[in-house]
Design a protein around this ligand. Structure first.
Ligand SMILES: [Zn+2]
Length: 52
């Protein structure tokens, strides 16, 4: 389940792309997969609204 959604800034000069549509990612979503496993996916603004 989605546990957090936070603004994502490009770091170390490396551009990350949205996992859904391939545009430049601006948000990162944290999903709790298991008790101690967190999955992080990056999305752009539009797609990040759809994962809530
Ligand atoms: Zn997208």
């Amino acid at each position: 389940m989605l546990t957090a959604l936070r603004p994502f800034a490009v770091h170390k000069g490396k551009t990350i792309f949205c996992a859904h549509c391939g545009n430049v990612a601006t948000q990162e979503a944290l999903f709790a997969v298991d008790e101690d496993i967190t999955l992080i996916e990056r999305y752009n603004d539009i797609c990040s609204r759809k994962v809530n």
